[in-house]
Design a protein around this ligand. Sequence first.
Ligand code: SAM
Length: 335
Amino acid sequence: MTLRDTAGPLADQHGRVATGLRVSLTDRCNLRCEYCMPAEGLDWLPTEEALTDDELIRLITIAVEILGIRDVRFTGGEPLLRRSLPAIVAATKALPSKPRTAMTSNGLGLKQMAKALAEAGLDRVNISLDTVDPEVFKRITRRDRLADVITGLEAARAAGLQPVKVNAVLLRDINHKGAPELLRWCMDNRYELRFIEQMPLDAQHGWNRTAMVTADETLTLLGEHFRLTPMDGRGLAPAEKFLVDDGPHTVGIVGSVTRPFCGDCNRVRLTADGQIRNCLFAREESDLRTAMRGGASDTELAERWRKAMWVKLPGHGINDPEFLQPTRPMSAIGG
Ligand code: SAM
């Protein structure tokens, strides 16, 4: 141990500093995307294990005001299922350091909440949408809700939650050939599309490296219909951006598996039950909930958080032969 893991920001031994926090507000979801959750859902967290709003806001405050977090993204499960979401956003935005706020959501129910979220201070949204074909949507999500997602997207744009980004995962022979159509639809509707490589984070452990649609393949598929020009200035963003047909539209490719960006990772995750995860693929978590409920001070919680970050591994290890998928699926970690 050195001084660095007991003072200052959320640094790790490999020179990275976390400034982005992903907060999972619930492990529940109202879709059942086949690459994420089984049809019957999962064993949800018992209520007493989930952080209360006050506990959640206390940990976000520690992250922002003591540990130097500048970006807070709300996710889940489905964050819109947490009724107090606008109040949580407002409390986050009211912090003296005024962090940037964002949300990753499936968009269901956003029609009713978009305005309240914008007024609470939410800056931006990413909405997950893998296809604009209603039958394919139903097949992937196991719910007939495409029209509601589209309504949610429109509500986000109308509320000024700009730029509205769309996250898509391509599944071979299910929606992958629809990638150009999805890009065309997003451009026509002024949404910024990003394709994310499918990762081994599904509860069913059905991920298969040989079947996954890679970043290269996605670029080839899109390249048959559009002229893609790589853009500079990726910074710490996970997506490689491309100008489409000389602009102004762009498309992003997040090659989490085949083009990992762990060396630039600036993220840390807080689960709905108060566990710190220093990586999406971490095998260990650090339990802040028990410490907090046991009377730990803000300083003590911040110190535990720093220690959890200090031991972050240099990479996610998906490409190592001995890779083991984390015990918790994406929906419980907070995607
Ligand atoms: N319910 C919200 C939503 O749909 O955006 C937030 C949680 S969801 C887990 C966050 C993102 O993770 C979504 O864009 C989803 O497509 C993505 N995701 C889920 N499982 C994934 C996997 N195995 N590989 C890649 N992305 C995944």
